[in-house]
Design a binder for this molecule. Structure first.
Ligand code: TXA
Ligand code: MG
Length: 326
């Protein structure tokens, strides 16, 4: 049986479960994580079982203080510390060369390891009372990432003893993954820490590089973040409305997922609102997809056009739609 406990009340119990080799779900500013002692091969193996995750997709190690990095990684470049000063704690994962203490089950057999310090203070307390935690997003493999404790429960009930609940995640999409083990620091996964923001610190960043660079994040070859029903993105709200009407005429029960500013255009059609700003859109998108897949059989998501956070969140939405666009 899986229990949901308020994070502020559950830290000590969570730390005990982790010390006993168990799994604990914890809140972060991005999405909820499914954690185990990063130094314990057996505990980490259970993460893959619980999620149904392929063994060749590496896990991020979550830390509570910068001193822990020296146990996890070696040959740490100065750039890491410069980035850490600005962005840690925060939604940034940095890929470094792994130390001998980190078992290969964490890194999917590779010589590098992702390191991230989440913002949530209860989660950092949990880590400081136990271990650095290897953790992926706390969803079943290939499903949408969880931004509430309830999302986690729906996917992982029975697979994990304890979920620490600290309400909805503030950022709403997974951390930016930046590889520092290559000549030019390379964004493997865009997120709320954007290339423009990183450029302030590192001078040079590679993004949307050739396929070779994308393939370096082993997780990227899998379809991720997919709702259980057909999903498309719409270039603009008029396209969304047309597609909606077409699906209705085909006997479908569709929904438009879009910002509130389009309520007039959407009219009587089913709408799940993403709020007003790009930040709202990002914070709400996974929750909206969770809601949509339960109540409707066809999801049409408004596209955002632009750089920075717009591009990061579109990266996830495009994947959710498997690239299908109207
Ligand atoms: O915001 C986040 O990063 C959340 C929260 C829980 O911290 N975690 C998360 O983990 O999204 P996960 O496992 O769902 O996604 C981690 C991504 C995967 O695409 C994986 O391939 C990549 O990071 N990754 C992890 N370690 C890596 C490594 N050593 N080299 C390259 N890519 C790595
Ligand atoms: Mg994930």
């Amino acid at each position: 049986m899986t229990r949901i406990v308020k994070a502020k009340d559950g830290v000590d119990e969570g730390a005990r479960i982790l010390r006993d080799g168990g799994l604990v779900v914890f809140p972060t500013e991005t999405v909820y994580g499914l954690g185990a002692n990063a130094y314990d091969e057996k505990a980490v193996a259970n993460i893959f079982k619980a999620k149904g995750r392929p063994q060749d997709n590496p896990l991020i190690v979550h830390i509570s203080s910068l001193e822990q990095v020296k146990d996890i990684a070696v040959d740490i470049p100065d750039e890491f510390y410069a980035l850490a000063e600005r962005f840690m704690p925060g939604p940034l994962t940095v890929i470094l060369k792994k130390s001998d203490k980190i078992p290969y089950v964490v890194t999917a057999g590779g010589e590098t390891v992702g390191v991230r310090m989440p913002k949530n203070t209860y989660t950092r307390e949990l880590i400081s009372k136990s271990f650095p935690l290897a953790a992926p997003s706390a969803n079943r493999s290939k499903h949408i990432s969880p931004t509430t404790a309830q999302h986690v429960y729906e996917d992982l009930n029975g697979e994990v003893e304890l979920i620490l609940d600290d309400g909805p995640c503030q950022v709403g999409i997974e951390s930016t993954v930046l590889d520092l083990t290559v000549d030019v620091p390379t964004i493997l996964r865009p997120g709320a820490v954007t290339a423009e923001m990183l450029l302030d610190i590192v001078g040079q960043v590679s993004q949307n590089g050739k396929v070779i660079k994308i393939a370096k994040a082993p997780g990227m070859k899998y379809t991720h973040y997919a709702p259980k029903v057909d999903t498309v993105t719409a270039v603009n709200i008029e396209h969304a409305a047309n597609e909606y009407d077409k699906q209705v005429s085909l006997g479908k029960n569709p929904v438009i997922v879009a910002r509130d500013i389009y309520r007039d255009v959407v009219g009587e059609r089913n709408l799940i609102s993403l709020g007003v700003t790009v930040e709202d859109y990002t914070r709400n998108i996974y929750s909206a997809l969770h809601t949509a897949e339960k109540a409707y059989d066809y999801i049409i998501v408004e596209e955002l056009h632009g750089h920075g956070l717009e591009a990061s969140v579109m990266n996830r939405v495009t994947k959710a739609a498997g690239g299908k666009e109207v």
